[in-house]
Design a protein around this ligand. Structure first.
Ligand code: ATP
Ligand code: MG
Length: 492
């Protein structure tokens, strides 16, 4: 398997991305594994082993790893070695991502009394860095946010950014946080971080650390309403001339406390001078932010700027995967630019669509006839087709295991394979296999105390799709029946 130098360069770019930390991203593993003709699991294990090795001394463990891959797979070690050498050359030019990443190093050693309230490290590793990694474009939107903050006609206030699911709001916020180091909070539906209390305490703690405010811990009232936050904001803003900016992603995913006349997350109606809160939300009407000054900005799927950014993303992908896409481009009779443009139409301007569908085309996993008009139209149609394709492969297994398992995750939000198996009365092994099969649609979180990893549906758009999928009511009933049987109800 002699590799052309440019193929090796493309492969090593993928490896570099892996080494730079996108290790959780199965897609990357898949690309390299498929090209090298080895099993994905073996490659994952091998890369893990290599990444854990001492950088100075890595050649020996790396070589040993390759030999092990060759042993296990019966592959020829020569081409693997070539691949590794090309990857290492790339990796040498890239600074390793250290745990002291600039996004949160400032918050790494807070007063002990604040450590539990700060979510900066969680967001850095879970959201900011992963999303910032493959980030492209968005300069027009970034400029617009900055212009609003600098606009003297807006002495303080909210900058509300809206857009459909998967258009890239969270990614944009992650990039702003990474570039500008603005204080921040990311809401993830039905997670602990999306409560009003978690938000207030996180942002108050960030303010205290950044502005050296005179607190070593937060009083209980800091998490109850917005007053304590307002006090800190006023004090901090008065200490500096530059604007104080807070990013709040996905207010629509924040818990709704149902308190009339009070904003979600207890966001204050009025902000002190020079304080700006950049808020994102899916629909403008889905959640009304009540405030004195709001500057609204929409990321529209048809916006010229959105289309240009997405085109850049698609073209970069095509370039990076030229060889793997050669057959597709040829059979579709498309030059790559035409392909990219027509792909854009099918994506309905949605980033998440491109992120999911392009790798499937390149990997030959998408069932389509090679005609671009055959691609699913929009994200929802993509989910629907994926669902149908998965079922067609083995309807019985799908109906009895895969469907209840995935719908179970949708209902329980974050849980383990073990709990799903128990609550749905399914044998554990097939449940674990279903989880492995659907891993690209599940985010894996920190393991629980019992060592079992916790999973959640990877994106709200898929959760939305699942929540309208036939069968969800039946799965919900099975879960409720389990609870009913397991709990001794006090009848009195
Ligand atoms: N500018 C970008 N560059 C590269 N990839 C992007 C960009 N914007 C979005 N993406 C990709 O698209 C995916 C979806 O984007 P994101 O989660 O930011 O959308 P969203 O608007 O926040 O969606 P939701 O409303 O469901 O929260 C991301 O996981 C990321 O991989
Ligand atoms: Mg989002």
């Amino acid at each position: 398997m002699a590799e052309e130098p440019d193929q090796l360069a493309a492969l090593s770019r993928r490896l570099r991305a892996l080494v730079a930390g996108t290790f959780g991203d199965r897609y990357q593993v898949r690309v390299v594994a498929d090209r090298a003709g080895i099993s994905r699991n073996t490659l994952s294990a091998a890369l893990n082993a290599r990444l854990g090795a001492d950088r100075k001394d890595r050649k020996v463990p790396a070589l040993r790893t390759l030999e092990r891959i060759a042993d296990v797979t019966g592959a020829d070690v020569g081409p693997l070695e070539e691949l590794r050498e090309a990857a290492l050359r790339q990796v040498d030019g890239v600074a390793p991502v250290s745990p002291g990443s600039p996004v949160w190093s400032e918050f790494a050693t807070p007063p002990a009394g604040l450590a539990d309230d700060l979510l900066v490290a969680d967001f850095a590793y879970g959201i900011v860095e992963p999303l910032a990694r493959g980030f492209v474009g968005r300069n027009r939107y970034i400029d617009a946010v900055e212009a609003a903050i600098e606009d003297t006609a807006l002495p303080s206030g909210y900058i509300l950014i809206t857009g459909e699911p998967g258009i890239g709001k969270t990614s944009l916020m992650a990039e702003l946080v990474r570039r500008r180091k603005w204080l921040h909070h990311f809401n993830v539906a039905a997670s602990g971080a999306s409560t009003t209390e978690a938000f207030l305490r996180n942002v108050c703690a960030q303010l205290i650390v950044r502005y050296h405010l005179d607190h070593t811990s937060l009083p209980p009232r800091a998490g109850r309403d917005g007053l304590f936050l307002l006090g800190l904001l006023g004090t901090a803003a008065a200490r500096q001339d530059t604007p104080l900016v807070i990013v709040v992603d996905a207010i629509d995913e924040a818990a709704d406390d149902g308190r009339p006349g009070i904003n979600r997350l207890a966001l204050p109606r009025q902000l002190p001078d020079n304080v700006y809160v950049v808020v994102t939300s899916r629909g403008r009407n889905a959640y009304e932010l009540d405030a004195d000054r709001i500057r609204h900005m929409e990321i529209g799927d048809d916006d010229e700027a959105n289309q240009a950014d997405l085109l850049l993303y698609v073209e970069t992908f095509i370039e990076d995967n030229a060889e793997r896409l050669a057959d597709v481009l040829a059979s579709a009779g498309q030059k790559s630019h035409d392909f990219a443009k027509r792909f854009l139409e099918r994506s309905e301007g949605n980033f998440l669509y491109a992120v999911r569908v392009l790798p499937e085309i390149a990997g030959g996993e998408l069932l389509w006839r090679g005609d671009i008009d055959d691609l699913p139209l929009g994200l929802r149609e993509y989910y629907r087709r994926h669902w149908v394709t998965m079922r067609a492969a083995d309807p019985e297994l799908f109906d009895e295991v895969h469907q209840p398992v995935i719908l179970g995750f949708a209902i329980l939000h974050q849980t383990t394979a073990e709990i799903i198996a128990q609550t749905l009365s399914l044998p554990l092994h097939p449940v674990r296999t279903a989880v492995a099969t659907w891993q690209e649609f599940l985010n894996r979180g920190r393991p629980r105390a019992d060592g079992h990893p916790v999973y959640r549906i990877y994106h709200k758009s898929f959760l939305d799709f699942l929540s309208t999928t036939a069968g969800i009511d039946a799965v919900e009933k099975r879960l409720l029946d389990f609870v009913d049987d397991a709990v001794e109800w006090d009848d009195e």
